[in-house]
Design a protein around this ligand. Structure first.
Ligand SMILES: [Zn+2]
Length: 109
């Protein structure tokens, strides 16, 4: 049994497996044309998920910032930590999603 890289998500999987356990990309019983189409669909699905996630992340950062701006929580209060944490997590999450979308694009789609 060999370990190969899934063509769709690049995670490691068994060459004997019918489908990738990570993204369910099917490998056996398909012509190269079908595989190509299947791959496009997987990439498309991943892109949609990343887009909605980055939107969610951005909304979260904006909501936290709006709260921070409108309420101006006192220094050291839990509200301030919450607003700061929300902004930080939202922005980091957004950037990560953007990078993943770039990587997805670079894989040839
Ligand atoms: Zn996969």
């Amino acid at each position: 049994m060999a370990v190969i890289q899934c063509p769709a998500c690049n995670k490691r999987m068994s060459s004997k497996a019918d489908a990738c356990p990570h993204c369910e990309f099917k490998l056996t019983g398909l012509s190269s044309e079908q595989r190509e189409r299947e791959w496009q669909q997987v990439v498309q699905r991943q892109r949609e998920r990343l887009t909605s996630q980055s939107m969610l992340a951005l909304l979260m950062a904006i909501a936290a910032f709006t709260y921070f701006f409108m309420q101006q929580p006192e220094p050291g209060s839990w509200q301030l930590h919450l607003a700061n944490g929300g902004m930080l997590v939202g922005l980091v999450w957004f950037v990560i999603n953007r990078i993943r979308m770039l990587l997805l694009k670079r894989r040839g789609c």
